[in-house]
Design a protein around this ligand. Sequence first.
Ligand SMILES: [Zn+2]
Length: 346
Amino acid sequence: MLDRKYTDFAVDKTMELLAIDSPSGYTKAAALWVKKTFSDLGFAAEITKKGGVIVDLGGEDKEDALFLEAHADTLGAMVAEIKPNGRLRITPLGGLRAENTEAENVRVYRRDGSFLEGTLQLINASVHVNLKYADTKRDFTTTEVVLDSDVKKAEETEKLGIAVGDIVCFDPRSRVTEEGYIKSRFLDDKLSVGILLGLAKYIADEKVTPKRKVYAHITVYEEVGHGGAGSVPEGVTEAISVDMGCVGEGLKCTEKDVSICVKDSGGPYSYEVVSKLIEAAKKEEASYALDVYPGYGSDVEATLRAGYDIRHGLIGAGVYASHGYERSHVEGVTNSIKVLKGYLEI
Ligand SMILES: [Zn+2]
């Protein structure tokens, strides 16, 4: 049994983090929040040179340490060009899709941290005017950011302090429904940061000490592929990515389960770690699913590619409509914390 308060804490903290815009490359505020939130639970946390956060979650055997990786960066975009009409052409940060961000409200952050609001729209977005509306393929050449300001020329937009390289953040539209569904654009992977905070609160409140030393790394460049490519403490023998579990056709996981990934685009996960994750799920009576992810890469694979000699695994709460308007469930959060608790033998 896992006290409901740990799930509630994980979900509350997820919602707080979702409210902080943090696409890859613009994660400082999110990292400071992560550092403070782990510190408030009594754990030593520090920001790496690259901008991630390493947390010491306690534990004994430093020679057989476990590394838990989740990422606080999300999809987003950057201003690529101020168009002659004063509108913005954007370039995606990570795998952002125009098909599901069209018509979303955005914040365009100037280099001084202030922002201007706008909306990503199809070019010539009025259906009563644009007779090719339905036939146009949506990408970032056929859409543009329309700023909520009276600008009609590039110079007018420049005068507002907007420049190439400014960060474009999409409204996450986060909510938890009465039925326990959690919805937001960026559950990937802020939900897992919440899950690690739920685990940290369990360790703190229950005053348990894992047999193995445990570190968490909240990375900030996962969506562009190199989040986990460094900062592995001495003595780490295993790394587990806590990242969204895939949900879709041909896969067994639902939003209420914890997904244990057996293979993704980067190949099979460590047979030994996967077996131990299954044992942990069974012991804790967590509802889990074993799945192969057809198009997916993870932070731990970046860690391996960076040259670290470790065994690797991946778990996460099931998330539907990934990289779109994502949905998970509080039961998926509970099941994920349970597996981690079982793996740490606490
Ligand atoms: Zn992710």
